[in-house]
Design a protein around this ligand. Sequence first.
Ligand code: CAA
Length: 250
Amino acid sequence: MAQSNTLALVTGGIGGIGSAICRALSTDSCHVVACYYPAEESKAQQWLNEARAEGLNVSVYPADVADAGAAAAMIESIEAQYGGIDVLVNCAGITRDKTIRKMPVEDWDAVINTNLNSVFYVTKPVMSGMLERRYGRIINISSVNGQRGQFGQPNYSAAKAGLHGFTMAAAQEGARKDVTVNTVSPGYVATPMTGKMPPEVLDSIVSTVPMGRLGKPEEIAAAVAFLAAPETAYVTGANIPVNGGLFMSF
Ligand code: CAA
C-alpha cells in the first residue's frame, strides 16, 4: 500500500548520519520527526530552525531512547499528535572506544544500552501499530564493524552485530503484514563520530578502504530512502552495506 501522508521517526535524527536521513526522507507528503537526546536541547532547536529554513518538513522530539519508559512515552506522544508512524529509522548511537582490558563496565553498558537495547525499546511500540495497520518500514543503522569487528570497539561491534540478529527476527514477525525490517551498515563516514577518533588511527583505516575515502552521510541516507520507499516491499531481513568496499560479503 502506497502512503499518501507518511510519518517517519528518525532516532539520533540531529546527528551526522541522522540529519542526512531526515533530509532524504522529508517531502511535502512525508513529515519527519527527529528524536534527539534531551541534553542536546539547544543544538536541537538550532537544527530545527536551519532545517525549516531549508524547507524541510520536520519536527524534533527529545527522548533518551536507552530508557524503555522514555521510548514508549515518546511513541505514544508522537502518534497522538501526528498519527501512526510509517517509517522508523533507528539511528541513535554512541561510541566509547577502548580495548577490552581497559574498558570499564560503564562504557560497555552505555554502548549496549544506547546502540542495541534502544532499538528494541523504540521498535516494540512502533511495530505494534505497524502490524495493526498492516504497513511499515523499519531500518536499523548498524555498522561495518558489526560485520567484521574492530580493534578497540568490543562494545560497539557487539551492539551493531546484535542489530543484524534483531533485524532478521523482526523481519520474520513483520513479513505477513507488509512491515519490512532491514539494516544499513555504514562504513567510516565523515561525521562528528569519526572526527573523535585519533587522526592516525582514522587515516590508517581509511587507507584500507578500496575507495580510499570516507563515506558521505548522504550516501548512507540514499540507502535508507531506498528501503523506506513503499515500492521496496519485497526486501526484508536484508543488510545493505555502504562502506566503500571496506568489507565485502554476500
Ligand atoms: N590491531 C592490532 N593491534 C593493535 C591495533 C590493531 N588495529 N591497534 C593497536 N594495536 C596494538 C598497539 O600496537 C599496542 O600494542 P603493544 O601493547 O604491544 O604496544 C596495543 O595494541 C595498544 O592497546 P591499548 O589497549 O593500549 O589500546 P590504545 O589505548 O592504544 O588504543 C583505541 C585503543 C584508542 C580504542 C584505539 O584502538 C582506536 O582508536 N581504535 C579505533 C576504534 C575505531 O575504529 N572507532 C571507530 C569510531 S567511528 C564508528 O564507530 C562509526 C562506524 O560505525 C565505523
